[in-house]
Write a protein that binds this ligand. Structure first.
Ligand SMILES: Nc1ncnc2c1ncn2[C@@H]1O[C@H](COP(=O)(O)OP(=O)(O)OP(=O)(O)O)[C@@H](O)[C@H]1O
Ligand SMILES: [Mg+2]
Length: 299
């Protein structure tokens, strides 16, 4: 199963409807009887809120075939700890006297991309396990997502500096080697993660018909292109459909040119419009409405 897994990522500016779309897509695949997990790498996640879950297990089961997992800093620390923590700490603590919590603090300050790196690693591990057929990846607002894509390169930059740092510490050759090996191992893992994203992740961009959001689209596409990542679907959310009041007519008129611009500029890909609903999109029934619209071209 691992190799045929589908990973779908929703990205876009803050508040445009990424989590709503991610939740609807997760519901879609689960309804087809595919074991699905929606994960969030947002520091202020809202998946459990949208699915109206009160329990906080990680992962938490929403219904048959559908679970969610919101990865926060604690989970990331735990993963890091399991994978490298003990090893790196052993090397470090043989050189300097430092307790473990201060050491963790130090590592995350030296490597700011550490948490994102491990979130990606977690997704990669889900991919090789046979547990799920679909992973839906709900992300933080765009700036953070792009930083996340830059993490492996950032890490490499840090690592290139590492030998100099260690030589400054005037350590004997013997004590330098193990940590460099560990860091090299790390670097290999980052390159692998980037390759993995390129091959496996389907990107969906969510936007709204407003000046700033539409302006930012070009740079988003440019950035993704730079990384060799391709976009599967472009979603225009919050489109006003009703015209039975002056307010709605004015609002719809204002959106019109932006919607046209998007269709013209991105005619080479699937563009889906989602109406603005007069109620909050919470709970399975309402998400079902989004699901139907999002996937109407794939049936
Ligand atoms: N088409 C829509 N009609 C009405 N309300 C919507 C629509 N899409 C999203 N919303 C509402 O807008 C709010 C923001 O949506 P959502 O949380 O999905 O955005 P987001 O892009 O994930 O935000 P963030 O960047 O904070 O993660 C939510 O309250 C959601 O219910
Ligand atoms: Mg969100």
């Amino acid at each position: 199963m691992g190799s045929s897994i589908i990973i779908t990522m929703f990205t876009g500016k803050g508040g445009v409807g990424k989590t709503t779309c991610a939740a609807a897509a997760a519901l879609h695949y689960a309804s087809l009887g595919k074991e699905t997990i929606a994960i969030s790498t947002d520091a202020t996640p809202s998946l459990s809120h949208i699915f109206e879950l009160t329990h906080k297990e990680k992962p938490a089961i929403v219904k048959e075939f559908l679970s969610i997992n919101e990865l926060g800093m604690n989970e990331v620390m735990e993963m890091w700890d399991k994978k490298f923590g003990a090893e790196v700490y052993a090397v470090f603590s043989s050189l300097v006297s430092i307790d473990y919590s201060r050491f963790l603090e130090f590592m995350t300050s030296v490597l700011p991309g550490l948490s994102d790196e491990f979130m990606l690693d977690y997704i990669k591990e889900l991919n090789v396990s046979d547990e799920y057929e679909n992973i839906i990846w709900d992300t933080a607002p765009l700036g953070q997502t792009l930083a996340l894509l830059e993490t492996p390169a950032l890490l490499r930059k840090h690592l290139r500096m590492a030998p100099r740092v260690y030589s400054k510490l005037k350590l004997g050759h013997k004590s330098k080697k193990p940590i460099m090996d560990i860091l090299r191992h790390w670097e290999e893992a980052s390159t692998e993660i980037m390759d993995f994203i390129r091959k496996k992740v389907r990107f969906n961009i969510v936007t709204i018909p407003e000046a700033l959001a539409v302006e930012q689209l070009a740079s988003t596409f440019h950035k993704l292109d730079e990384y060799g990542l391709t976009v599967q679907q472009l979603i225009i959310n919050n489109v006003i459909k009703g015209k039975d009041s002056d307010f709605l007519r004015a609002k719809a008129e204002q959106q019109k040119s932006y919607i046209e611009t998007i269709h013209d500029s991105y005619s080479n890909m699937e563009v889906v419009e989602l109406p603005m609903f007069p109620y909050e999109l919470k709970g399975l029934e309402r998400l079902k409405e989004i699901d139907i619209l999002l996937f109407k071209n794939t049936q």
